[in-house]
Design a protein around this ligand. Structure first.
Ligand SMILES: Nc1ncnc2c1ncn2[C@@H]1O[C@H](COP(=O)(O)OP(=O)(O)O)[C@@H](O)[C@H]1O
Ligand SMILES: [Mg+2]
Length: 468
């Protein structure tokens, strides 16, 4: 199953492992730079100490020369040269023309520096181990022209430097080893968690919607990711469920009128109808079909509002004008029913919205108020600013809705038992809710004592020229 493009085992492909390796690389390079610096500083320091020693000894010897002359100096040097094998010191006292007088060097080294200059040269004498062949020395010319060479072996310096290098080298090797092992272990750990996550995701894809990611309880990034993923799955499950319920409801609620339509035609065909009753049947069928179409249109309007596509057609508008138009539209119907409709709309409020949908939502509210309020009742529509927001309210003096059903009546196809006998499809308030959500408005149902009071409160619109 592994893609051929990645022949590496999963662990080596793991991001964490590669990250660990690159950090290791950076660390190794800087550790090596540090090592080089330490080792260089050490050798500089040791050489400086050797030079100090050589100079101190040369000062002592020149005092001997001042006090006891060349013969005294030769004697001292002869003595030291024989004892100082331990200290790895070299001496050579020579006549002005170069002939050796005393010391443990038997000839001038090939690369003799000028007076006062430092030189390095190998000798055979102390060559007992791999550090012992180099000497650091300085040439002094005495006032009478005699030459004095004093030097020390670099043996000790090299030994120390080598020890330090060895220690640092081992440290570096250990670091690299630990880095690789650590990188391996952490990436294995991470990989296991990522693996378990992708297994869960796979199970969900394969249809087990209830599957959730396991949390380790450490509240680390993986746990946060898993928790977000689980929340997302909960939400998706909820949406899928509600979509299924809606679909079921729609299918169920459309079946009833379609069945009615069908049986009406059926009954008309069974009998031997005269032209008049055929006509009546056709008219009833037409009315039923119109109802069905109205239901479909309402469903489409709701899903249109819920999809949010209408956000593009938002404009700045004055809800007072909309309210007046709606009230005007329902005035004849209300008058026929003997219901008084009043409109108190403060003009000049601005709401950003979709004119068509807002009109439809407001019309649905007024429609309900007029429809469910018995004759002799009142319906009041008001538009007013409340705390910098625009409140649109439709209140009636009808039977109202029990507080326990405020949420439920907003769902699709929900009609309360007490009002079953009136025509309607139970979609009016669903559209109101969808339109309110689209506009970021709050929708509150309340007791008008008696009657129902529905308030839609719109957020302030960004200032723009008002139209309509
Ligand atoms: N103003 C109101 N007074 C009393 N009941 C109402 C009012 N508005 C809505 N309702 C109740 O809420 C239900 C849902 O309303 P709605 O979605 O507009 O559907 P419809 O009006 O088609 O029945 C109605 O069937 C009714 O029972
Ligand atoms: Mg209605």
């Amino acid at each position: 199953m592994r893609p051929a493009k990645f022949p590496l085992p999963p662990l080596l492909r793991a991001t964490t492992f590669r990250m660990a390796l690159s950090y290791l690389g950076i660390f190794t390079v800087s550790a090596m730079a540090l090592l080089a610096l330490v080792s260089w500083t050490t050798s500089v320091f040791i050489e400086w100490q050797i030079q100090e020693t050589v100079e101190a000894e040369a000062t002592g010897l020149s005092e001997q020369y001042r006090e006891r002359g060349i013969a005294g100096l030769a004697e001292v040097i002869g003595g030291r040269a024989s004892q100082d094998l331990e200290r790895r010191a070299v001496y050579l006292l020579a006549a002005p023309e170069g002939a050796r007088i005393a010391g443990n060097l038997f000839g001038w080294p090939a690369e003799v520096a000028n007076e006062g200059g430092w030189m390095r040269f190998p000798i055979e004498r102390f060559g007992e181990d791999r550090f012992g062949t180099e000497i650091m020395a300085r040439l002094y010319v005495l006032p009478d022209g005699h030459r004095l060479l004093v030097g020390r072996s670099l043996h000790e310096a090299k030994r120390v430097k080598s020890a330090i290098n060895r220690a640092l080298g081992w440290g570096l090797a250990m670091t690299i080893l630990l880095g690789i092992v650590g990188g391996y272990l952490t990436s294995r750990h991470m990989l296991q968690r990522v693996d378990s996550m992708s297994r869960t995701a796979r199970r969900i894809v394969d249809g087990d919607m209830a599957s959730r990611m396991k949390l380790s309880g450490t509240r680390d990034e993986f746990d946060q990711l898993a928790a977000s993923f689980n929340d997302m799955m909960d939400e998706i499950e909820r949406l899928v469920d509600s979509l299924r319920t809606v679909t079921d409801n729609i299918a169920h609620d459309l079946r009833t009128p379609l069945n009615r339509l069908r049986s009406r035609i059926d009954v008309a065909l069974l009998s031997e109808p005269d032209a008049a009753s055929l006509r009546r049947t056709l008219e009833e069928t037409l009315a039923e079909a119109d109802n069905l179409l109205a239901t479909f249109n309402a469903l489409l309007a709701i899903s249109n509002a819920e999809s949010g596509q209408r956000l593009h057609s938002f404009e700045s508008l004055d809800p007072a004008r909309l309210a007046e138009d709606v009230v005007e539209l329902y005035a004849p119907l209300a008058e026929d029913k003997g219901i008084a409709v009043t409109c108190h709309a403060d003009p000049g409020q601005i709401v950003a919205g979709d004119r068509h949908l807002l009109f439809q939502a407001l019309a649905n509210l007024v429609d309900n108020a007029v429809k469910y309020t018995p004759a002799g009742g009142q319906v009041a529509v008001t538009v007013a600013p409340v705390d910098g927001r625009t409140e649109v309210m439709v209140a009636d003096s009808g039977p109202g809705i029990p507080a326990a059903s405020y949420e439920r009546v907003l769902d699709r196809f929900v009609r309360l038992d007490q009002t079953r006998s009136t025509p309607g499809n139970g979609l009016g308030l669903s559209l109101v809710r969808a339109v309110a959500r689209l506009h970021g408005a709050s929708l509150v149902l309340d007791d008008n004592a008696p009657g129902l009071k529905v308030r839609m409160t719109f957020p302030p619109a960004p200032s723009a020229p008002v139209s309509g």
